[in-house]
Write a protein that binds this ligand. Structure first.
Ligand SMILES: *Cc1c(COP(=O)(O)O)cnc(C)c1O
Ligand SMILES: [Zn+2]
Length: 431
C-alpha cells in the first residue's frame, strides 16, 4: 500500500514521469543526464502539513515534515537524531557588510557535522524500506562520513569511495563508524564514477545524491526549516555553497514547498557560491544569462556546462564535473537569484570572520557562502536594505588544517606568570 504523498518522479530533462520503483535512479530515455525530481500531491500533503499541524507538532526534528517526504508512514526511522538547526542573527557583521540583516543557519551541528546528514537520513531509511542491507556513496568527504554514521545507526553496511586527498578528519570519521573505505587515487570525479560502477556491479543501494532523487528530498528539509523558523520574517537572499548542486536545489525546493503549503508567502532569492577554482555551474549560469535565457532555464538550453579540473581549498565543493547542475540552475533561476565565485583567500578569510561574529566555526565550504555574500554585496547583487541568510553547511573541526591558514599563532609561554605578563605588555604596546 502506498503511504506517502509521492505521485511520481519527473525527468528534469525530458519531463517523462515515472512511478516509484526500487532501482530507478535516472531517466531511461536521457540516461545519466536525466536526473529525476520527486513530485507530490500537495493537496493531500496540505491536510497533514500546515501551519496548525506544525504548531502542535512537538517533534523538533526533520520527521515533522514526513508528509512531504518520500518515506512511508510505517518506515523504520534512524535513531540518530536530526534536530532542527539554529539560526543566529549577526547584527554587528551585518552592519560591517552594509546589510540590513545577516542570519547564519548552523548545519555543523548535525550528528556527523554537516548538512549531508539530512540526505543520509533519507537514504538509509529508503534503503531499509526496500529491504537492502548495503549502501554506497562517493563523496568529497561529508556525504561519506554522514552516510557512514547513519548506516551505523541503522545497522547497514556502508561502502565508501573518497578521493585520497579528503581531509584526515573526514576519513577518520568513516573508519570510526565502521564503513568499508576506498580512498581513490584520483579526483572526486573519478571516485564518483568508480562508485557508480561498483554499486551496479555489487548490487549496493546508491546514496549518490546527484542520481538518487530521494536524497535531495532530505536536503530540502533545510529549506522547509528555514520557512518554518522565519515565516513572515524570511530573508531576501539565501546563500549556499555549490559543488554538485544538490544542496542548493534541495534548499530551493523546500523553500518553494513552504510557500506551496501556505506557510510562507514568498521565496527568497538563492545565491549559489562556487570556489573560483571549481566553478563550472556559475560559469554556465552566467553565460546562460548573457543569452537572457536564465529566467526560463530548462536545462538543455543554449549554454553548455564545461567541466573543469577542480582546484580549491574548500574540498566539499571541489567538484569539476557537477552532476546536478540542471537542478541547481533551475532552482536559482526560479527565484531570480544568481551565482558568484570566490577565491580561496576569500574563503579562508571568511572562516574566522564568521566564527568571531557568531561563535559558528565552519569548514571552508561553509564559510564560502559568507564569502560569496561579501562578494555579492560588493558587486551590487545584494542591496543595503536586504537581509541575507547564510547556510553554514559544515563544521570547522572537519578541516582544521585549512582553518589554521586563516589565523595567527598562539603565544608560547613557560608555565610562569612573567611570560604571560610579557606577552600582554607586548600586545598593549603594539596597539
Ligand atoms: C556537499 C557540500 C556542499 C555542496 O553541496 P552540493 O550538493 O555538492 O552542491 C557544501 N558544503 C558542504 C560542507 C558540503 O559538504
Ligand atoms: Zn528524460
Amino acid at each position: 500500500m502506498k503511504t506517502s504523498a509521492v505521485t511520481g518522479l519527473r525527468c528534469v530533462r525530458c519531463s517523462r514521469v515515472y512511478e516509484e520503483q526500487p532501482d530507478l535512479y535516472t531517466c531511461l530515455d536521457c540516461g545519466i543526464a536525466g536526473i529525476l525530481d520527486i513530485e507530490y500531491d500537495y493537496d493531500r500533503v496540505r491536510v497533514e502539513l500546515n501551519g496548525e499541524t506544525l504548531a502542535s507538532n512537538r517533534d523538533a526534528n526533520i520527521w515533522r515534515y514526513l508528509p512531504v517526504l518520500p518515506i512511508g508512514r510505517n518506515a523504520r526511522l534512524p535513531r540518530l537524531q536530526l534536530s532542527l538547526t539554529p539560526i543566529y542573527e549577526a547584527p554587528a557583521l551585518a552592519r560591517e557588510l552594509g546589510l540590513a540583516g545577516l542570519l547564519i543557519k548552523d548545519e555543523g551541528r548535525n550528528p556527523t557535522g554537516s548538512f549531508k546528514d539530512r540526505a543520509s537520513a533519507i537514504g538509509v531509511t529508503r534503503a531499509t524500506e526496500l529491504g537492502r542491507t548495503t549502501i554506497s556513496v562517493a563523496s568529497t568527504g561529508n556525504a561519506a562520513s554522514s552516510l557512514a554514521g547513519f548506516a551505523a545507526s541503522m545497522g547497514l553496511q556502508a561502502f565508501i569511495f573518497v578521493p585520497e586527498t579528503a581531509p584526515e578528519a573526514k576519513i577518520t570519521q568513516l573508519l570510526v563508524y565502521g564503513a568499508t573505505v576506498f580512498t581513490v587515487r584520483g579526483s572526486y570525479d573519478q571516485a564518483y564514477y568508480l562508485a557508480m560502477d561498483a554499486a551496479q556491479a555489487f548490487g549496493w543501494y546508491n546514496r549518490n545524491c546527484a542520481i538518487n532523487a530521494y536524497l535531495v528530498e532530505g536536503k530540502k528539509t533545510c529549506g522547509l526549516e528555514i520557512g518554518e523558523q522565519l515565516r513572515d520574517n524570511l530573508p531576501d537572499v539565501v546563500a549556499v555553497a555549490v559543488g554538485d548542486g544538490c544542496t542548493i536545489a534541495g534548499i530551493g525546493k523546500g523553500l518553494v514547498e513552504m510557500k506551496e503549503l501556505g506557510i510562507t508567502d514568498r521565496v527568497p532569492r538563492l545565491l549559489g557560491v562556487q570556489a573560483a577554482g571549481a566553478a563550472p555551474i556559475a560559469t554556465c549560469y552566467r553565460q546562460q544569462q548573457s543569452y537572457a535565457l536564465a529566467p526560463t532555464f530548462q536545462g538543455s538550453a543554449a549554454a553548455t556546462l564545461v567541466p573543469v579540473e577542480a582546484r580549491t581549498v574548500a574540498d566539499s565543493i571541489a567538484v569539476g564535473q557537477p552532476r546536478n547542475a540542471t537542478k541547481a540552475m533551475r532552482a536559482v533561476a526560479a527565484t531570480g537569484g544568481d551565482f558568484i565565485t570566490v577565491s580561496d583567500e576569500q574563503i579562508l578569510a571568511a572562516i574566522p570572520r564568521l566564527a568571531r561574529a557568531t561563535g559558528v566555526f565552519a569548514e571552508p565550504a561553509g564559510a564560502a557562502a559568507l564569502a560569496g555574500v561579501i562578494a555579492a554585496r560588493a558587486a551590487g547583487l545584494i542591496g543595503s536594505h536586504e537581509r541575507v541568510l547564510v547556510v553554514a553547511t559544515g563544521n570547522g573541526l572537519k578541516d582544521i588544517k585549512s582553518a589554521r591558514k586563516a589565523v595567527g599563532q598562539p603565544h608560547m609561554v613557560a608555565p610562569h606568570l612573567a611570560d604571560v605578563r610579557a606577552v600582554l605588555m607586548a600586545m598593549a604596546a603594539s596597539v
